[in-house]
Design a protein around this ligand. Structure first.
Ligand code: 1GP
Length: 243
């Protein structure tokens, strides 16, 4: 079953710049055993080699389990994944992350025809400067302006993008607020909606799902072993329960 067919669900982000291959394999096995929908591999700041090594190691550890690349740049492309999130950072006005990295990806994608998912990537203020903001040199959208965020999601849909990713940034102090998620859910009904950044507790994952996220993404919480992965999976699987 492909990743998109597994929605709604929890996605576990493995950051190759912080996670050696053996550790990535452990996380991947745990994610599959706990009932996560799949894995994302990516980093705001990483060269080619680590991403490829981690992607390959994960493939070997959990064959058949959906893995998508969540690339910080065209340098991170690998074909050891099922899907590449072809992210355009539409909240920013930096042409490099709107279109330039995409053009740079073309020679690789011609040689290795990995499926891509055109995704409007929207950075939202999470209370601190995160790597996405620093590396992309773009400002996040304010977290208290749901209509502004939804306008960006709508514009991405009208351009023809096929998914939306709401990002507070890894390690954000505050995850994307529920009213922002809800506004975007309404704006792009039917499109896959990813939400991540700063989700540290199962109750926050549950709130994101209840507000309309199809995929809730966690990274730091698992690296820091703050809560059991299974508790996050349960929270996303049943938005009605309270944790
Ligand atoms: C994925 O950047 C997030 O969208 C991951 O954020 O590390 O804070 O879970 P955390």
């Amino acid at each position: 079953m492909s990743l998109l067919d597994r929605r709604p669900g929890l996605l576990v982000l493995v950051d190759p710049s912080r996670t050696p291959p053996a550790e990535a394999q452990r996380v991947a096995r745990e994610a599959r055993a706990a009932g996560a929908a799949g894995l994302l591999i990516g980093s705001s700041f990483d060269g080619t080699r680590d991403t490829q090594l981690v992607a390959r190691a994960i493939r070997q550890a959990v064959p058949g389990f959906p893995v998508a690349l969540f690339p910080g740049s065209a340098m991170q492309l690998t074909d050891d994944v099922d899907l590449v999130l072809f992210l355009s950072l539409v909240s920013g006005r930096n042409a490099q992350y709107l279109i330039e990295e995409h053009v740079r990806a073309v020679p690789f994608l011609k040689r290795h025809p990995v499926p891509t998912l055109s995704t409007g990537y929207i950075l939202i203020d999470g209370g601190r400067v995160t790597s996405v903001e620093a590396v992309s040199q773009t400002r996040p959208l304010p977290a208290d302006k749901p209509e502004l965020v939804a306008a960006h999601a709508t514009a991405a849909r009208l351009i023809g993008m096929r998914a939306i990713y709401l990002e507070a940034g890894s390690g954000a102090l505050r995850p994307v607020p529920a009213d922002v998620i809800r506004a975007c859910r309404d704006a792009v009904a039917g499109l896959p909606l990813f939400v991540g950044g700063g989700i540290r507790r199962p109750a926050q994952a549950q709130a994101a799902r209840a507000a309309g996220a199809d995929f809730v993404v966690i990274g730091t919480a698992i690296e820091a072993a703050e809560s059991e992965l299974a508790a996050f999976v349960r929270a996303v699987g049943d938005p009605g329960i309270t944790q």
